[in-house]
Design a protein around this ligand. Structure first.
Ligand SMILES: Cc1cc2nc3c(=O)[nH]c(=O)nc-3n(C[C@H](O)[C@H](O)[C@H](O)COP(=O)(O)OP(=O)(O)OC[C@H]3O[C@@H](n4cnc5c(N)ncnc54)[C@H](O)[C@@H]3O)c2cc1C
Ligand SMILES: NC(=O)c1ccc[n+]([C@@H]2O[C@H](COP(=O)([O-])OP(=O)(O)OC[C@H]3O[C@@H](n4cnc5c(N)ncnc54)[C@H](OP(=O)(O)O)[C@@H]3O)[C@@H](O)[C@H]2O)c1
Length: 373
């Protein structure tokens, strides 16, 4: 396991409207990273100004980087699923771990469609997760049949050391589910509303950790392409903290990480401040592209979805996929998978390759990893 990490972002004032309690077990050494919603939304005006001046949002964030023509260094591949020390299902629904909410705050602007929260729970180190795993949450109360609520899964949004760097917390990024049913009634999702309403000091029943699909590649020189819609960003925040915000004795990222994040409005660009800081500090190792569906369009006037943005770099992405140390990860809305496949089908076809077959090979080599819902 890695040595203790040190966050590389200065402490900020923290979340607006945040509910916070100091963890009793917090280690004194590591700095806590600030992810203020002020910072997140503060850039919206600049973004809007750029837009009206005819710039595309991504232009401000991307530093051009060419694909290396050097052949990939072939390393003996060890399945990420057999990694030493990886654990699953330490806690189960009937015997959950009782965590305490340490902080919880909204991380999207007030004009964003829907509300998304970032929350940190204490674990005392008893849920030893890896980046890319998920936890279950068992909401209190009973369902309409009078049975205890079933657990809901949430991707972990922190790196293994957690937001405080002491391996004693787990963070989630949760969107509040509210919809109108056939009868015109407003319905609130059970677990997401329970989580988004938690205050510091409240208890939460956790299970897991679970999941092996979204584990990071161990290769420090890998190209890691991350495709996220909305809260699908959660596992990638963990990846990126490990790559760029932390110092580990056994891991120093020297490859290329490329994040595509699709959200409805610029006020819903999750963790934007953190990602832009990483980009600023590691311009040769981190590329960042946003697809803001309700504010941007492509040349044909179509809504800017993540796959629309990827199409801008189609050739480059296809070249990257030829390397056997390129790893693609997809997380978020189910619909994105087909959209991305559609692009890949046409790219592969140009080289006479059947994408469906090619994807199978990539999946087998753990180079194409999908968790959508
Ligand atoms: C592996 C995995 C990871 C996940 N990670 C995250 C994460 O990081 N963050 C996150 O926010 N969520 C995540 N989810 C989703 C999460 O598990 C819950 O499904 C979500 O929070 C909703 O749960 P709920 O209890 O609030 O809603 P519920 O009370 O369970 O209600 C959901 C149900 O409401 C109905 N419904 C929903 N929307 C509509 C609609 N528009 N019209 C009509 N009916 C509707 C559907 O029947 C749906 O099954 C993840 C899911 C999986 C499988
Ligand atoms: N591990 C997992 O499986 C995992 C983890 C986290 C989250 N999730 C799931 O991911 C989803 C994220 O939802 P959210 O509410 O957080 O997101 P959101 O804020 O609504 O953002 C989703 C973005 O994707 C766009 N979009 C809609 N349809 C698309 C399509 N077919 N292809 C590509 N982009 C599309 C949306 O555009 P418009 O709305 O403007 O059309 C919007 O810009 C939830 O369903 C959540 O349960 C899964």
């Amino acid at each position: 396991m890695a040595a203790l990490a040190q966050a590389a972002v200065p402490r900020t004032s923290g979340l607006a409207n945040v509910s916070t309690v100091a963890p009793t077990s917090r280690s004194a050494a590591p700095q806590r990273v600030g992810f203020s919603s002020n910072g997140l939304c503060g850039n919206v005006e600049a973004l809007t100004a750029k837009k009206s001046a005819g710039f595309r949002v991504r232009d401000s964030a991307v530093v051009a980087q060419t694909v290396s023509t050097e052949p990939a260094v072939k390393e003996a591949k060890v399945s990420k699923k057999n990694e030493h020390g990886l654990v699953t299902n330490v806690y189960k629904p009937k015997t959950p771990y009782e965590g305490i909410c340490l902080t919880n705050g909204k991380i999207v602007g007030d004009d964003a469609p829907g509300e998304t929260f970032h929350m940190v729970f204490s674990t005392e180190g008893k849920i030893p997760y890896r980046e890319g795993q998920s936890v279950g949450v068992v909401p209190p109360g009973v369902d309409e049949k009078g049975k205890p609520h079933k657990l809901r899964l949430y991707s972990i949004a922190s790196s293994a050391p957690g937001d405080f760097g002491d391996y004693k917390t787990v963070s989630l990024c949760v969107k509040r589910l509210v919809y109108t049913n056939d009868k015109g009634e407003e319905v609130k999702g059970v677990c997401s509303n329970f989580l988004c309403d938690l205050k510091a000091g409240d208890k939460v029943n956790l299970t897991g950790p679970v999941g092996k699909e979204m584990l990071m590649p161990t290769d420090e020189k890998a190209t890691v392409i991350m495709l996220a819609t909305g809260t699908g960003i959660a596992p990638f925040r963990g990846f990126l903290w490990r790559m760029f915000f932390e110092k580990h004795d056994d891991y120093k990222f020297q490859g290329l990480a490329w994040l595509f994040l699709g959200v409805p409005t610029s006020s819903s660009l999750l963790y934007r401040e953190e990602f832009e800081k990483m980009q600023q500090d590691y311009p040769d190792n981190f590329r960042l592209d946003f697809a803001v569906s309700r504010e941007q369009t492509n040349a044909k006037g179509e809504r800017m979805y993540i796959q629309t943005r990827m199409a801008d770099y189609a050739e480059e992405l296809w070249q990257m996929l030829q390397k056997d140390n390129t790893f693609v990860y997809m997380c978020g809305l189910k619909g994105m998978e087909k959209g991305i496949d559609d692009i890949m089908v046409s790219l592969a076809a140009r080289d006479g390759i059947d994408w469906v077959e090619y994807k199978k090979t990539l999946k087998k080599g753990e180079q194409w990893n999908v968790e959508v819902y």
